[in-house]
Design a protein around this ligand. Structure first.
Ligand code: FE2
Ligand code: FE2
Length: 375
């Protein structure tokens, strides 16, 4: 057995002891159905056509709580209006739909990549469009918002992460997973625009494994959860997934093992993340991760490492820029279950795959490709 295989086995034993899953009382249901969007009232069905609810995931938190809704929008990737209005149109539509949610959402989490190249014009445009949403709004940054001026404009306009707040029995946490890139620019004497340009590519080129939580924030996270009861729900928002999906595209955080160590004592942890722009679901130990859609464009699935628990969506029609994108409405039901509903703007969304493969038992799942261990 190679050293890497030994390490992989050891990690799987540590992270996923036999029978360990998020909340042992939970049954995951995957309901795939189409329904006419009557939820959206007069402006709804005719204008938007069919809204699929796909990959609906019920998360049993095991504790009675109050029913409430919240919404996630991310990855709008706005360009200045004189460059491109396509992404503006979709952001406007998503903001409008969130505002029209009925019953209303208690808050909107914006999950990063508001702008495309961190241009203050883009971020201001985003802030202006977001005025349509009159709800409480909380923000975490994406790499596209950050690397032109290292977060100066973002922090001023939208506030600093990390943060936490409690809402109706749930502790919500927002992390910054994007500001910890190794400095690849100073020695190369790059301009701020060059630096941003390299960070705005999918494969990271010079940016490398930039996604991470960092020692200081890990300490903060530990403190933020220190007094929280172990069986109370915790929802962690992050731009990047808090596990290893595909490191070459930074579909991970490099210190996800340390994150997991901190979250491990809690039985009801849900990570909701952006950045991957696709339908995505995974479980690592007791933590669930749900990937959100972008409003801008869908990324392809990574060439390897797709979690076995994900039922992938089909490739979007490149001629239809409303295909494969959208936002999410999340509900914490009265019996303390959370449902994630992907609000997509087109109906043909699922790839053909063995139904519910892996959803009954994740012991056969390869948790991740461990690409980082190969690098
Ligand atoms: Fe993005
Ligand atoms: Fe991103």
């Amino acid at each position: 057995m190679s050293d890497r295989e030994v390490l992989r086995r050891e990690m799987e034993q540590t992270l996923s002891p036999p029978g360990e899953r998020p909340d042992s009382s939970t049954v995951i249901t995957r309901r795939t159905f189409l329904h006419k969007s009557l939820l959206y009232g007069t402006a709804g069905a005719a204008a938007y056509g069919l809204f699929p609810i796909l990959n609906t995931i019920d998360l049993a938190f095991g504790q009675a709580g109050q029913s409430f809704k919240f919404a996630w929008i991310s990855d709008t990737h706005l360009y200045p209006k004189n460059v491109n209005t396509r992404f503006v149109e979709k952001a406007v539509r998503a903001f409008k739909e969130v505002q029209e949610m009925n019953p209303p959402a208690d808050f909107l989490i914006f999950g990063g990549d508001l702008g495309q190249l961190g241009d203050p014009v883009e971020l201001q445009l985003g802030a202006d469009l977001l005025k349509e949403v009159k709800l409480k709004k909380v923000f975490i940054p994406g790499e596209h918002d950050w690397y032109l001026d290292m977060g100066a404009t973002w922090n001023k306009m939208f506030g600093k992460a990390p943060w936490s707040f409690d809402h109706k029995g749930v502790r919500f946490i927002g992390l910054d997973t994007i500001s910890h890139a190794e400095d690849f620019w100073t020695a190369r004497k790059m301009s701020a625009k060059d630096r941003m340009g390299h960070m705005a590519t999918l494969d990271g080129t010079l940016g490398g494994a930039w996604a991470g939580v960092g020692a200081e924030q890990l300490k903060w996270l530990n403190g933020a959860l220190a007094s929280w009861p172990k069986n109370q729900p915790v929802v962690v928002f992050s731009h990047n997934p808090l596990y290893e999906y595909y490191p070459p595209w930074n579909f991970w955080v490099r210190d996800w093992r340390e994150v997991h160590e901190i979250l491990k004592p809690f039985s009801n942890v849900t990570n909701v993340h952006g950045h991957t722009h696709q339908v995505l679901y995974n479980e690592i130990g007791k933590m669930r991760s749900i990937g959100m859609l972008a409003t801008s464009w869908p990324w392809p699935y990574a060439p390897e490492g797709l979690p076995a628990l994900t039922q992938p969506m089909i490739r979007a029609d490149p001629g239809d820029h409303f295909d494969g994108v959208g936002w999410s409405g999340l509900t914490m039901t009265a019996n303390a279950r959370v449902e994630n509903e992907y609000k997509m703007w087109r109906k043909e969304v699922f790839a053909v795959a063995p139904p519910d493969s892996g959803s009954e038992d994740n012991r056969n799942q390869i948790l991740s490709p461990r690409l980082a261990d190969r690098i």
